[in-house]
Design a protein around this ligand. Structure first.
Ligand code: UD1
Length: 364
């Protein structure tokens, strides 16, 4: 059996790392890796391949950045050619990116079964590019691998019932697999940080960073948090966010924030593990903070990872007001509720996915 696996952006490299390792260990199928090139900077792409031991992709489609339509169309066109050439038994896509949508569309039109890892996540607003992608990918998929029962229930509400499994989160598998390599002491020492004396923050969503007024307000929130708690806010800067910051004129807030380059997986997880908590609009980091035993403020109007908010572990911050951000950030320092267990599986999601794919699609 042959499966083409398509990645293109940071969160997908992380998921591919554990899936490809599991496929290799089980000799489950011929795994053909394709990189769309959506993320291309060394710090956004190469570093993940190197440190997570992901094999070099057989194809790089080089789609790069651009408007949603141009990027998706370029990946769609290129993927059609790859699928034509490889004639796989299935296409595997992860999450909610333009890359995954393009791959799913190309495969579905060629009657190649699509496997969607991280299916069934739903969040408002429906106009968010990632939310549009998720819904379309799920409806084009034959096998839908859900991180939780809630995700499977979301699919059921949209009449998607066949091919659905609840297997847990492959990011939890990877976290457990890599935990022994996290080195909080070294990462803190290299940056002159004292464990527990800083928050880790990330921002990259279009609704948070493209409008400068909104972005300034969120950064002001970080600045207030620093002034009120005496702790630092470490902000690894996504290129999209960097392009929106008005460096010459925002000294009032930037002086309080510790801006750094985007981090690799091991560095980021090490620092999260030593942090006082996380403030983020990243879906992946909300969960990874929990896996590291840390709480997160979710800087979004809603979250697809609702369980962690309902259990009181993560705090949703729908407001873009600086005061709200600083207030909820400060709440991370209060006594936490009991940490919930195994919300997204037991760390064997990749094995379950591989078994499900073989049982459903293998010709033998
Ligand atoms: C994408 C995904 C999102 C995922 C995120 C992880 C979509 C719609 N969104 O969002 O689901 O959470 O990746 O980061 O696919 N850029 C660079 N260098 C790079 C990559 C991007 O400079 O290597 C800049 C470009 O200006 C680009 C912008 O960042 O236009 C945004 O990149 P893009 O891939 O469109 O979306 P992300 O915000 O990264």
């Amino acid at each position: 059996m042959k499966v083409v696996s398509l990645v293109g952006a940071r969160p997908q490299f992380v998921k591919e790392a554990i899936i490809s390792e599991t496929v290799r260990a089980a000799k489950a199928w011929d795994h053909v890796l394709v990189h769309s090139g959506q993320h291309y900077d060394a710090v956004m792409s190469d570093v993940f391949f190197q440190e997570l031991g992901i094999p070099t992709p057989r194809y790089n489609l080089g789609v790069g950045s651009g408007a949603h339509g141009a990027m998706t169309a370029a990946a769609l066109d290129a993927m059609e050619k790859v699928l034509e050439k490889e004639r796989p038994d299935a296409l595997l896509v992860y999450g909610d990116t333009n890359t995954s949508l393009a791959g799913a569309l190309a495969a579905a039109k060629m009657c190649i079964p699509v496997i969607h890892v991280e299916a069934g996540i739903r969040q408002a607003p429906r106009t968010m590019p990632e939310e549009i992608n998720r819904r379309l990918i799920d409806h084009a998929s034959r096998l839908l691998c859900c991180c939780s029962q809630l995700a499977a229930d979301n699919l059921q509400r949209e009449n998607i019932r066949e091919g659905v499994i609840v297997c847990g989160d492959v990011m939890f598998d990877l976290f457990k697999r890599m935990e022994g390599r996290f080195d909080a002491e070294r990462e803190c020492a290299e940056r002159g940080l004292v464990p527990g004396s800083f928050f880790v923050a990330t921002l990259h969503r279009n609704f948070n960073v493209d409008d400068q007024e909104v972005l300034h307000s969120l950064l002001k929130g970080f600045s207030l948090l620093v002034r009120r708690t005496g702790k630092k806010v470490l902000l690894p800067l996504h290129p999209r966010t960097g392009k929106s910051i008005d460096f010459p004129h925002w000294g009032d807030v930037l002086q309080d924030i510790t801006l750094i380059s985007p981090l690799g997986y091991l560095e980021l997880m090490s620092l999260v593990g030593a942090s006082a908590g996380v403030l983020t609009d990243s879906g992946g980091l909300q969960k990874e903070a929990y896996y590291a035993g840390k709480r997160a403020v979710v800087l979004m109007p809603d979250t697809g990872w609702r369980e962690l908010v309902e259990l009181g572990w993560n705090l949703l911050c729908p407001s873009l007001e600086a005061e709200a951000v600083a207030g909820l950030g400060g709440a991370l320092l209060e006594t936490p509720p009991p940490m919930p267990c195994f919300v997204y599986g037991a760390g064997d999601a990749a094995t379950r996915i591989v078994r499900h794919v073989c049982a459903t699609l293998s010709p033998f």
